[in-house]
Ligand binder design. Structure first.
Ligand SMILES: [Zn+2]
Length: 160
């Protein structure tokens, strides 16, 4: 079932929607092999009627199965939109499409969630990558450290 809301129910009261949206409904178009969306999206939303528009506010959360772009370790990446808000006009140029008195929120959820997907999934922000590579970095650091004292020695010579 997609995430739909019946606007007739919103006429005189607010609605709380809480549940899971199967990932099949979201049908993310993923080109990145490092990211897989397999688990359902959890939503906890409050909906209200505001000046001929529907206002949606709440929380979206889902967990992605990723593979680190540097060390290739699988890891889970949690995406949370704590203060997700959506303003859906019921009239005017930008009015939202209403079918059988209901609005499908699924495309909006899909679009905003997709923006949160990592561009370059990393198991941790400072992942050093495969062990071989981190070894190379260390020797680079060492060379830098060795160069510094010699530069100071040159400066000292100038002072004298
Ligand atoms: Zn990693």
């Amino acid at each position: 079932m997609p995430l739909r809301v019946n606007i007739r129910h919103l006429e005189d009261c607010e609605i709380r929607l809480k549940g899971e949206l199967p990932v099949a409904e979201l049908a993310f178009d993923l080109r990145d092999e490092l990211i897989r969306a397999e688990k359902p999206l959890h939503y906890d939303l409050g909906l209200g009627n505001l000046h001929d528009a529907v206002l949606v506010q709440g929380r979206l959360r889902m967990v992605l199965s990723c593979e680190c772009a540097r060390c290739l370790q699988p890891f889970e990446c949690e995406l949370v939109l704590n203060e997700w808000a959506l303003h859906l006009p019921l009239s005017g140029e930008d009015k939202v499409s209403v079918e059988n008195d209901s609005i499908d929120l699924t495309p909006f959820v899909r679009e905003d969630m997709l923006l949160e997907f990592p561009q370059h999934p990393l198991c941790k922000p400072n992942c050093a990558g495969l062990k071989k590579k981190s070894g190379v970095h260390k020797s680079d650091d060492k060379r830098e450290r060795e160069q510094k004292p010699s530069a100071w020695t040159e400066l000292d010579k100038l002072k004298l």
